[in-house]
Design a protein around this ligand. Structure first.
Ligand code: FES
Ligand code: FE2
Length: 343
């Protein structure tokens, strides 16, 4: 049986999607730091184009429309620390106010409305550029060990998918799928009983910590037979109100710490970019390279099922889906997301 267009449209209206305005009150990763050079760069958030640019070393983000004839400012350039529109040469300072309109001459009084719309907040953090269209409620996700001595940091391949950003975060929060979606990579058959874990909500994030068995392929003492392949580890998952999540794995046997920040950029109704940054203290550079490949493969395992959905949206009405105890973290995070509607 397939979903009729009318039914699907109806469902989409009350679900969170990549263009839901509720998500504008959150930090959204929009580019790798090294994607943004000296010229302005276009990036998409919630179906709207934005321009990000470095002006005198400071990152700024504006909606990508010139107030004159709505040309994309990302087609312009940076001149003397200001953003110049490529169409008629209007220039804008770091606060978005016009500083020069060539067609009016140098002594002109500039129209008050000749200004850009800036993002409420911009940050460069974990090698990524982030923006919040409106004042963000949840904080930026932290990654202990990032670029610190004793840790190796890395960034996974950036992937583009039609799966909505909120579905990707929901999947990241879900542990019960591990043995079925990731049976050979890391999933362990009896690892999914997370029904009694404590979940803490507050400050626009939810946190859950639990212990579970794990296939520890990265432990070199597994090959020598000194350590078992399946080891207990402690998992801390954090879901932020928005499209970001954090994960920390602690391995008591090796004293290893492995942290991940997972950030999904809702670009348009049909496109999401997935950023994943990691830091861990138990691998050298070569080991981390392998880890990146493994994590890239794990994401593909998730996408294999997520991309089969016919509706790319997250249900926040808790009466629609059947929830069980093992879904407690997912449910707590959905409540948080539901809260965005009225925040
Ligand atoms: S459209 Fe930008 S200066 Fe005219
Ligand atoms: Fe997964």
């Amino acid at each position: 049986m397939f979903t009729s267009v009318k039914h699907a449209t109806c469902m989409m209206e009350r679900m969170l999607t990549n263009t839901s305005s509720e998500l504008s009150r959150s930090w959204i990763a929009v580019a790798h730091s090294d994607e943004l050079g000296d010229e302005p760069l276009q990036t998409w958030v919630l179906g709207e184009p934005w321009v990000i640019v470095r002006l005198n070393g400071e990152i700024r983000a504006f909606t990508d429309r010139c107030p004159h004839r709505l040309a994309p400012l990302s087609a312009g350039k940076v001149v003397d620390g200001e953003l110049q529109c490529g169409y008629h040469g209007w220039r804008f300072g770091h606060d978005g106010m016009a500083t020069s309109i060539p067609a009016l001459g140098p002594a002109a009084t500039l129209p008050q409305r000749a200004c850009l719309s800036p993002a409420a907040a911009v940050a460069e953090h974990l090698g990524l550029i982030w923006l919040a269209p409106r004042t963000p409620l949840a904080p930026l996700p932290q990654l202990p060990g990032w670029n610190e001595d004793g840790y190796v940091s890395a960034t996974c391949e950036t992937v583009r998918t039609p799966v909505s950003a909120v579905q990707l975060i929901d999947n990241f929060m879900d542990a019960a799928h591990f043995p079925f979606v990731h049976p050979t990579s890391f999933g362990v058959e009896d690892a999914f009983d997370v029904s009694s874990d404590e979940i803490v909500s507050g400050g626009w994030l939810v946190t859950s910590t639990f212990t579970a068995p794990y296939q520890h392929h990265d432990d070199p003492l597994v090959d020598t037979g000194e350590h078992p392949l399946i080891q207990e580890h402690t998992v801390t998952k954090i879901g932020f109100a928005g499209c970001n999540a954090g994960l920390e794995l602690r391995f008591p046997l090796t004293q290893g710490v492995f942290g991940i920040v997972y950030a999904c950029q809702p670009e348009t109704a049909t496109s999401t970019r997935v950023f994943k940054v990691m830091a861990r203290n138990d691998l050298d550079e070569a080991g981390m390279e392998r880890c990146v490949k493994d994590e890239d493969a794990i994401l593909q395992e998730d996408l294999k099922i997520l991309e089969r959905y016919t509706i790319m949206a997250l249900e926040t009405d808790l009466t629609v889906e059947v929830h069980i105890k093992a879904d407690r973290l997912s449910v707590a995070w959905r409540r948080l997301m539901k809260g965005l509607e009225t925040a």
